[in-house]
Design a protein around this ligand. Structure first.
Ligand SMILES: *Cc1c(COP(=O)(O)O)cnc(C)c1O
Length: 477
């Protein structure tokens, strides 16, 4: 399997060549040159597989430059009940991503049982093991520099901690994350993990990271890398749990399932799209947004309109506060019939912050064929959904999952199981939960004293030179 760019002007690459990089040199996103397809017989054989077997059956179809036994070992080491152990009462951690059935035909897919209590651990833990493996094979090292408003940064740190050949420099705004999120990151004492609290907002952090990676000589000298949401390996790892959930929610492979996905950068739901293209019987893929409704607007009108900073809102489901959906170009590429020229023309405009009307290309009419639906939630609906879910089922859900459930229910159909992806546990967002139900969410016992642990964090102004000096000093050591 080779990987091609959505903009068609970069050479095709093997998996491990795109694993450690970001965008293709032409500015596009890497895509597998075709989707492997699972036949009815394949699906029947997969139904009985455990998570690790399923992960290998799927991921190995996309990777041809890691020996099968090595890939299997990396997958087996990643998806263990020990790593994904924050399951709810009555769930089996061996399932890795168990379903939580609210009522017949309505399920949450527990994706947030990993070390940072958000679904990003599902892909990031595999990435940590793949990176370490490939860097050792190439006798190379990497210094990951990133900015986070919460979930991505902590997932990256917990995936890369203690890994040979990898350092992580993670910038975060000194205010803006929840106390839990901050403590989760700052309490890490691993010498290869560096927390940098920037006096500023998330955009300041992102600007600093951009400035560092735009400095080509600094980037080359200090082997600067990233693990952002456009990394193909992250999307790939996320495909697995759509299959796992499908088999868990159905009795046989003639049935269909709909998935509702709390969405921001379109990474998670893009994995659902790929699963569907591979032959998984998915009815609807429902993109649920918060007040930042770029995706909902697209699926309603055909106009993809990235927002500027003034029109990007800070909400109580903060991990979905995006101005554009960076993985959306992957779906657009498929929608064009994999026409890189058209994709390039459209995204030349997106890159300038302009809107693109897919109707003008005759492409919006093709969207229903891909099973997508969408809706936007907001603070009032979110609070109401958390409250009602608690009252009806005795289950406390987080704010992002609440958006997914609220929007998903608008599309529920008799006879079609609806699976809502639970993208974080409520313990991460205490204040919002307290507002909704008047009490704090339960926190796993081993994380009770998180805020009291010693913090390891470097404080810095929004100053690129200070960041470069810091990296240079640490890497030089
Ligand atoms: C990252 C994140 C999302 C959005 O996922 P995308 O892949 O960016 O669409 C939703 N919920 C939570 C809790 C997240 O951390």
């Amino acid at each position: 399997m080779k990987y091609i760019s959505t903009r068609g002007q970069s050479p095709a690459q093997h998996f491990t060549d795109i694993l450690l990089g970001g965008l293709a040199p032409d500015g596009g996103l890497y895509m597998p040159e075709s989707y492997p397809h699972f036949s009815a017989a394949d699906l029947a054989a997969m139904r009985g597989m455990n998570y690790r077997e399923l992960a290998f059956a799927i991921i190995s179809r996309f990777v041809d430059d890691i020996p099968a036994e090595d890939l299997k070992a990396l997958i087996d080491k990643t998806y263990t009940a020990q790593t994904y152990h924050f399951v709810r009462e009555g769930q089996n951690a061996e399932d890795i991503t168990p379903l939580l059935t609210l009522e017949p035909g309505l399920h949450l897919l527990s994706l947030s049982n990993g070390p940072t209590l958000a679904f990003k651990d599902m892909a990031m833990q595999l990435l940590g093991n793949l990176f370490e493996y490939e860097l050792a094979r190439r006798n190379e090292s990497i210094n990951i520099v990133g900015a986070t408003s919460g979930d991505t940064g902590s997932a990256a740190e917990y995936a890369m901690r203690g890994k040979k050949g990898i350092r992580v420099f993670m910038l975060s705004p000194d205010h803006g994350m929840t106390r839990f999120q901050q403590a989760q990151m700052y309490s890490l004492q691993d010498p290869n993990i560096f927390n940098i609290a920037v006096k500023g907002v998330f955009d300041d952090c992102q600007d600093m990271v951009k400035a560092v990676s735009n400095d080509a000589s600094f980037k080359a000298r200090y082997k600067i890398g990233a693990v952002n949401s456009i990394n193909w390996a992250r999307v790939l790892a996320q495909i697995v749990y759509y299959f796992k959930a499908y088999f868990a929610a159905t009795e046989n492979n003639t049935q269909k399932v709909s998935f509702s996905v709390p969405s921001g950068n379109f990474g998670n739901i893009c994995a659902g799209h790929v699963a569907r293209m591979m032959g998984l019987p998915i009815d609807k893929l429902i993109a649920a947004t918060n007040e930042n409704d770029v995706l909902d607007e697209f699926f309603r009108t055909g106009v993809y309109r990235p927002r500027d900073a003034a029109h990007t809102y800070h909400t109580s489901s903060p991990s979905m506060d995006i101005s554009k959906a960076s993985n959306f170009e992957r779906f657009a590429f498929d929608l064009t019939g994999r026409d890189a020229e058209v994709t390039r023309a459209m995204w030349n405009r997106v890159d300038k912050g302009e809107a693109v009307d897919f109707n003008a290309y005759g492409l919006f009419e093709k969207v229903p064929g891909y099973g997508f639906a969408s809706g936007a939630s907001n603070h009032t609906l979110r609070m109401q959904t958390i409250r009602e879910t608690y009252e009806l089922y005795g289950v406390v859900i987080d704010t992002h999952t609440a958006d997914g459930l609220n929007v998903g229910l608008r599309y529920r159909e008799p006879g079609v199981p609806l699976v809502v992806l639970e993208t974080a546990l409520p313990a991460k967002f205490e204040d919002a939960i307290k507002e909704a139900i008047g009490q704090d969410p339960e926190r796993p016992a081993e994380l009770k004293d998180l805020e009291a642990l010693p913090a390891r964090v470097e404080k810095m102004g929004p100053n690129v030179d200070a960041l470069k000096d810091f990296i240079a000093a640490e890497v030089g050591n």
